[in-house]
Design a binder for this molecule. Sequence first.
Ligand SMILES: Cc1ncc(COP(=O)(O)O)c(C=O)c1O
Length: 360
Amino acid sequence: MQNKTFMLATIDIAVTRAEQSKLTDINLENVPFGKYFTDHMLEADYEDGVWKNIEIKPYQPLLLSPSLAALHYGQAIFEGIKAYKNSAGEAFIFRPYDNMQRFAISAERMQMPAVPEELFMEGLKQLIALDKDWIPEKADHSLYIRPMMFASDEMIGVRPSETYKFLILLSPTGPYYAAPMRLYVEEKYVRAVPGGIGFAKAAGNYGASMHPTALARQKGYDQVLWMDALEHKYVQEAGVMNVVFIIGDKAVTPDLKEGTILAGVTRNSVLTVLADLGFTIEERPVSIDELADAYKKGALLEAFGTGTAATVAMIRELCYKDLVMQWDTTTWKTAPAVKKILDDIRSGQREDTYGWLVKA
Ligand SMILES: Cc1ncc(COP(=O)(O)O)c(C=O)c1O
């Protein structure tokens, strides 16, 4: 193994390269979501109020104590970002500063330490530079980036951990949802409450979603569409996606004011593109009854999810009580147009006028 230390603006990252790349065993033309990890990962420890042991090293298991605080009390957060390669072979990361900001918001809500920009961004860039060959070039494929932080104290007792681990993993990946989705409007279980942690990308939010989602899957649906916790009336989000509805010439989406919905980076990108396409953007409470009425009148033209993993995912069916709203998504214009614009920006085929790409 060869050890090297790069001097950064304010931090050093020790790099230990993998002796042999695993890339030869993997066909990047055919990778499922989140199953394979690249040759390297970034790891850092927070102790005594500072980040230390910052290193990029071969992807490997962690040695953890059974009393690990994160496993018991859930101080665990993460992010999801994607990197792409253009036709000249250059690697770009899509809006990583937005994810870094959201990571900081999640950390604060979960009483976890801030990860400095140098560590987050320089770590990300160095890691991607090292594993650049892992970025798939096929359409709808990319390198999924998973920054994560968890409480690493070895103790039992409810209090904020004093030590934390920050990691960045990279996973070459194909489409998350291969086909248009069927969603089940969930009226019993809720994802988040006002004052809770819905706006944070905290592991517990996902743990709590597993059971209701499994029940919806048993009924034949791909995901639940969450309603608000107080009245079970206002649309929130779905699985790992925000939701957008095209009603006439308006793009309508739930607002973020209550703090129960994750502020999606893709949501923001999609709304920006839709506004430029001439849609009136309405971020406001969206009741499921309003959607049902619009559907019955033929005014609910399209419904789609937006997310880093899912990109723009068309919804072909929405089941609400005994009303089954169905669409022939092959006739849709808006969702495919928005997806194409985003895809073209990411792959370098369209000018990035919004300044969303960051060179790795
Ligand atoms: C619960 C939830 N909502 C929405 C999103 C979409 O957010 P983004 O577009 O930043 O990926 C995600 C995925 O990150 C998510 O997990």
